[in-house]
Each structure stands twice: as structure tokens, then as C-alpha cells.
Design a protein around this ligand. Structure first.
Ligand code: ZN
Length: 81
């Protein structure tokens, strides 16, 4: 019984570890759906996003990268702060 508990705890820890790695990819980002938009944003309140004349959509970071988007310079700078 004791062994099972230890294995369970280890498995849980492993699962949690891989889950946290996935959270980043599944993190929600914001994109402007305008034709010229090539970036994604971490913050809905980003200055660059406020210039968006099209629709602002919330998608996953993985999806944004798949679309060929790259992180907005503004958001990148804010993340470093
Ligand atoms: Zn931004």
C-alpha cells in the first residue's frame, strides 16, 4: 500500500510538471484580426492592440505561433519589467 502511494505521488508530480509546461503554450494571448497584424499580445490593454481597427480575438499562444504571429515588442518589453 505504501508503495502505491509513493508511486501515485511521483506520478502526480510528473503530471503537474508536464502540465505547467503546457500552460505556457495554452496561455491566452490577444491578436488583432486585421490583415496587416503579425503579432500577438500578452495584454489586452497593450498600446499596439488599441490601434487595432479590426476585431481583437483571444486565442492560445500555440495557435498564435501557428498563425505565424510573433510576440509584440511592446508586450515583450513589458514582460521583462
Ligand atoms: Zn502588445
Amino acid at each position: 500500500m505504501k508503495h502505491t502511494t509513493i508511486i501515485l505521488i511521483a506520478a502526480m508530480a510528473l503530471l503537474c510538471g508536464s502540465a505547467s509546461a503546457q500552460i505556457k503554450k495554452n496561455a491566452k494571448v490577444y491578436i488583432c484580426t486585421g490583415k496587416n497584424a503579425k503579432t500577438y499580445h500578452l495584454n489586452r490593454t497593450c498600446d499596439a492592440l488599441s490601434n487595432c481597427k479590426a476585431e481583437i480575438k483571444q486565442i492560445s499562444m500555440a495557435e498564435a505561433i501557428k498563425k505565424g504571429r510573433h510576440l509584440c515588442k511592446n508586450c515583450k518589453g513589458n514582460a521583462k519589467k
